[in-house]
Write a protein of this length. Structure first.
Length: 160
């Protein structure tokens, strides 16, 4: 899978960016793990690891500060579109996000962007419904204290 190209597509703002500098660490039929640096310099974090859960429709990322300490876990609700012809994976951000702080605090972010996308007709109502269902499934895992079933995919790479 070294020749796989991953793109990050956003609805708000409308953009699609090739993640050309991401390093693919592992690929299976169910997930892809990457290591990456921020696309643009940031003061709050510098790099991270992500696990793309291909069947579930979310991407779990572990974000690190410049001093290598954990900032937080960031969970994106996404949709995947794979193009066999050019071996590209388009990862479309479905707007809703969840942050898990180091102390375990859970925050749902950007629910208002789902409403904005619906009102502005940036995506279909069925895509908004899909996003909400995936968000609910992720929150059920978190509220059941089973986040380790997701984070363990990344932890095996960050503890090496």
């Amino acid at each position: 899978m070294d020749d796989l190209r991953i793109y990050r597509k956003r609805l708000i703002p409308d953009e699609c960016i090739l993640l050309k500098d991401d390093t693919i660490l592992e690929t299976t039929p169910t997930h892809i793990i990457t290591k990456w640096n921020t696309l643009n310099p940031r003061s709050d974090f510098e790099y991270g690891y992500s696990c793309y859960f291909l069947k579930e429709g979310y991407k779990i990322s572990k974000l690190y500060r410049t001093d290598h300490s954990l900032l937080y876990w960031y969970c994106d609700i996404v949709q995947y579109t794979y193009h066999e012809a050019d071996r590209s994976l388009i990862v479309t951000d479905l707007l809703a996000d969840v942050v898990i702080e180091p102390d375990g605090t859970i925050k749902v972010l950007d629910a208002n962007e789902l409403a904005d996308a619906l009102e502005q007709k940036l995506c279909s109502p069925s895509l908004i419904a899909q996003s909400l269902r995936r968000l609910d499934a992720l929150l059920c895992i978190l509220y059941a204290n089973k986040f380790d079933t997701l984070s363990s995919y990344i932890e095996k790479w960050t503890t090496k």
